[in-house]
Ligand binder design. Sequence first.
Ligand SMILES: NC(=O)c1ccc[n+]([C@@H]2O[C@H](COP(=O)([O-])OP(=O)(O)OC[C@H]3O[C@@H](n4cnc5c(N)ncnc54)[C@H](OP(=O)(O)O)[C@@H]3O)[C@@H](O)[C@H]2O)c1
Length: 289
Amino acid sequence: MLPMDSDNTLKTPILVLGATSLIGGHLMARLAQEGFDPVALSRRPPAGDACWVDGDLTDPDIGQHLPPAATVFALSPIWLLPAVLPGLKARGMVRLIAFSSTSRFTKVSSPEGGERAVAQALIDAERAVETWCAENGVAWTILRPTLIYDEGRDGNISRIARLVTRFHVMPLSGRGEGLRQPVHAADLAVGALAAAKAPAARDQAYNLVGGETLSYRVMVDRVFEGLGKTPRSLPMPPWLFALLMRLAKPFYPGATAAMGARMGQDLTFDSSAAARDFGWTPRAFHPRF
Ligand SMILES: NC(=O)c1ccc[n+]([C@@H]2O[C@H](COP(=O)([O-])OP(=O)(O)OC[C@H]3O[C@@H](n4cnc5c(N)ncnc54)[C@H](OP(=O)(O)O)[C@@H]3O)[C@@H](O)[C@H]2O)c1
């Protein structure tokens, strides 16, 4: 394990909450590459031979199971974090890097009540984390990715890839002109590590977007290309797409009419503050399956 450190490296020991997440595997691997010896906490064991604490963040007694931790990466849902902050502080936490989501902005006025509730939970949790850390002397950084992908593992881009593989065509609501900035989970791991080391990133929140801004339709085209297929998307009137989603719901529980409405909306953010403060340089969107 590396010793305690100067300002631009990490204080150890390091704890990763949600190491089994899309970002978690990449982060654990990077930390190990850099000579750290992180401890993972989740309900399922992470990949590889990392030191793992079998813990549920909703367990009222979780504080008793937390390992010592100076730097904490929280990749678990941020609304689970406020309740465990006192326990983490008691185990030595001085630096926290927590993931939230740009959904706090994009879903706040969704027609779906469940999506609005998620946005509100993100907003409330971010505020609780910031306030608690400021009052308790813990340097915090909140990272808000846009749509995360990791070929074959995520529920966004990989879900499109599965639909394309099965049906050879991808239906679009309207012309799919809403802009997207998909961001790779591996880039987010690099970004989280860079933010943790950067003094300028203390007590800040950042929106983290992918290296390219492209329309939903072009994003779908790139998925076809990543599968070695010729792009074949099928634009349809929004009412017909909404009907299709209703029919598909028993087979694809995540299918909602709100998904169609969003295909025409720009969901774009600016990451220039992250580029300035910790060198955020994500890849362009060319998934390979
Ligand atoms: N996916 C996206 O497109 C997206 C977009 C923007 C932001 N985000 C945010 O980015 C972060 C990572 O997202 P992701 O999609 O990679 O996450 P994910 O795959 O859903 O994983 C969530 C992680 O949290 C852990 N977790 C959940 N409930 C837990 C509990 N009660 N106790 C302990 N651990 C628990 C899970 O571990 P176990 O299940 O093994 O316990 C898992 O490692 C999250 O904060 C998410 O909100 C995601």
